[in-house]
Design a protein around this ligand. Structure first.
Ligand code: NAG
Ligand code: NAG
Ligand code: NAG
Ligand code: NAG
Ligand code: NAG
Ligand code: NAG
Length: 610
């Protein structure tokens, strides 16, 4: 009741005070010209590659050819592995988008930046909420910009926009080191499909009935109280208001995510609302190609973070790729993603930058195994032999992501890295490559894996890695020195629905209904048993107890290294607030990006995809 009361009071207050801010001209100090991008000059003498980071959303380990899938066609993604290094043990730092991306951009466990969810909402859920990546985190684009790079984000952000008012842009990509942003401040959501399927319905199928009953019972009780003369007229209206309006607002917010969340921004402007999904992927590719072309003439190195909307639901796929795969809507979407990757690779070649460009492809976490369409068709990824999937903090299926990196002439072609590495390693590895210092005054959890990539080392620099679910450590993996071994322990595992490897829509991180805690923890030998089929009997050999002890000590030291920071998932930071709601043309909030009116992608023969 309290949250609702607060929500409704602030809503009223903001309406009364006319506080609903219309999209605002930008604070001038933030303006960075999009057409010229950045013009800082590099001061370094070392050879600095261009960097293209491509991140898919929810792509499963087993969804691509390079990891052994022989029925889905991903020739372009696979070509990165052929021309460079493939990682078979690359781990997301979280099983869900916002924390995983926060960790990727900062090289730190999400809990350090407060982007570690404690409750039901585990990602930034509304464009109009106050949480996001804190301003004082040092991000990869900030480091690169400092080193003389031009930086751009095209696609999905999902790490917050505003803090206190619509237009303060405290969490905006341009205030986190990007010179240019075109894309979704939040994310793609199945609600945007318009077919009536919503995240809330998937997560809480009976919510509508529950809300309806609450309103009905509340109204009846209020009427009864009035009839028995137990409340005065004013009290009656107040009660009636309280039993209906907060729930109405809640319903509108949760069940019409399209109206509030379907937005595209160019830099600080909300230019499209709701998103037109037709050709969206092609538009994002066009934006990327425009950026690459502009950069190729500049002599300044660049970093492009291409953050794809695929293969998250809503699975919108261009007509050209519909019905072409052997795996339904999901497979079509993966194949379209691969086409997008191919367009970028082709542009790099066409612009003669292939020897000067480091290209990294990964996914923010594993496939969402419970994801289904209204017709029951599977709409989530396939994690190969690995158990579980997205949102299951300690499960291998959530953490292992299909990953490859190429930089012809520098990174050996055809190399495979089997040792555990992390998305958090990208930041320190790039710092090493560029010979710039790591951010000072803070713990960086990622490690430089350049020696592993180039073949000068054969051991992971990680001793123990932790796998959080929300704010709890659900699993850890230990790679002892001088031993070809990786031990994984689960302190907690999700309780799956019988016969499946999933829960209802997502597995929560807490509560005894869905989580089983283990003491002693379950141990697996990931080298001989990557699919985690056989639990190691830890009392059968003293060596296992020593491993557990080592992990416990590491866990203690890790916990001691944590500093209490503001949670980006506090009540204030997760709720939808009307005064943070963007609206491109008040009060209609309905516009489209005119640049792409009548847009038609100039398809040419694209290698495998012609
Ligand atoms: C290939 O990917 C599809 C789509 O996710 C999946 O259904 C299929 O099982 C995968 N095949 C293999 C051999 O991994
Ligand atoms: C890239 O390097 C390869 C091998 O050194 C060379 O054959 C090729 O011409 C180079 N391409 C460009 C565009 O410089
Ligand atoms: C584990 O190993 C111990 C010692 O060898 C043995 O007593 C115990 O029965 C084993 N437990 C299981 C479940 O096999
Ligand atoms: C960022 O600021 C918050 C709030 O002042 C503080 O708790 C946190 O330690 C700071 N983080 C870093 C990395 O300086
Ligand atoms: C786009 O198409 C519409 C309808 O066909 C037409 O009215 C409009 O002039 C076109 N716009 C441009 C920029 O070509
Ligand atoms: C998408 O592109 C196709 C052709 O490539 C075109 O026919 C269609 O009108 C475009 N849709 C939108 C909304 O721009």
């Amino acid at each position: 009741m309290w949250p609702e009361l607060i929500l409704i009071s602030v809503l009223l207050l903001s309406l009364v005070c006319g506080e609903v801010n219309v999209a605002h001209p930008n604070p001038s100090e933030h303006i960075i010209s999009a057409s010229t991008y950045s013009t800082t000059t590099t001061t370094s003498h070392t050879k600095r590659p261009n960097i293209i980071i491509m991140m898919a959303d929810d792509l499963g380990y087993g969804d691509v050819g390079m990891t052994g899938n022989d029925t889905i066609r991903t020739p372009n993604i696979d070509s990165i592995a052929t021309k460079g290094v493939k990682f078979t043990h690359h781990l997301a730092a979280s099983s869900v988008c916002s924390p995983s991306r926060a960790a990727f951009l900062t090289g730190r466990y999400p809990i350090r930046s407060g982007v570690a969810p404690s409750g039901l909402l585990r990602v930034m859920t509304f464009v109009a909420s106050a949480g996001g990546l804190p301003q004082n985190e040092t991000t990869m684009p900030e480091i690169l910009k400092e080193a003389g790079y031009s930086t751009a984000l095209i696609g999905k952000w999902h790490l917050g926009i505003n803090c206190e008012w619509q237009g303060d842009f405290c969490h905006h990509p341009l205030n986190h080191g990007f010179d240019y942003f075109y894309g979704l401040p939040l994310t793609n959501l199945k609600d945007f499909s318009g077919d009536g399927n919503t995240v809330m319905l998937m997560a809480k199928p009976n919510m509508n009935v529950g809300l309806g009953c609450t309103v009905l019972v509340g109204t009846l009780v209020t009427l009864l109280l009035r009839r028995k003369k137990l409340v005065h007229k004013a009290g009656f209206y107040a009660l009636l208001f309280l039993t209906t309006v907060p729930i109405g607002v809640f319903y509108l917010v949760m069940c019409d995510m399209t109206f509030i969340n379907s937005v595209i921004m160019r830099d600080f402007d909300y230019i499209e609302q709701p998103i037109r999904f037709d050709n969206l992927s092609q538009r994002l590719v066009s934006e990327a190609l425009e950026y690459l072309t502009a950069r190729s003439h500049s002599g300044q190195p660049f970093m492009l973070f291409m953050s794809f909307v695929q293969v998250h639901t809503y699975l919108h796929t261009a007509d050209r790729f519909k019905g072409r795969s052997r795996h339904g809507r999901y497979g079509d979407n993966v194949e379209e993603l691969d086409w997008c990757v191919g367009e970028l690779l082709k542009a790099v070649r066409r612009l003669g930058m292939q020897n000067d460009t480091l290209i990294y492809f990964t996914s923010d976490q594993g496939g969402h195994v419970e994801e289904r369409g209204l017709d029951g068709q599977r709409e989530g990824g396939w994690n190969g032999i690995f158990k579980g999937g997205k949102c299951m903090g300690g499960m291998e299926g959530a953490l292992r992501v299909p990953t490859a990196m190429m930089w012809p002439g520098v990174v050996p072609a055809g190399r495979v890295v089997h040792q555990p590495t992390s998305l958090m390693d990208v930041l320190p590895t790039l710092c090493h490559v560029l010979d710039v210092p790591l951010p000072a005054n803070r713990v960086i959890d990622g490690r430089n894996v350049w020696p592993l990539i180039t073949g000068r080392a054969d051991e992971t620099p990680h001793d123990v890695m932790f796998h959080y679910c929300g704010r709890d450590i659900h699993a850890a993996r230990y790679s002892p020195k001088d031993e070809n071994a990786v031990w994984k322990v689960h302190f907690a595992t999700p309780k799956w629905r019988a016969g499946t490897q999933g829960c209802d829509f997502v597995c929560p991180c807490y509560g005894s209904t869905w989580i089983q805690w283990h003491d002693p923890p379950l141990m697996f030998d990931l080298v001989s048993d990557p699919a985690e089929t056989t639990v190691v009997n830890v009392s059968s050999d003293a060596k296992y107890e020593a491993i557990l002890r080592h992990i416990d000590e590491a866990k203690l030291a890790h916990k001691q290294s944590l500093v209490e920071v503001e949670s980006q998932y506090s009540f204030y930071n997760t709720m939808w607030w009307p005064w943070l709601q963007p609206c491109c043309n008040y009060p209609w909030c309905d516009c489209h990006d005119e640049k792409y009116d009548n847009f038609s992608y100039p398809y040419t023969d694209n290698d495998a995809w012609s």
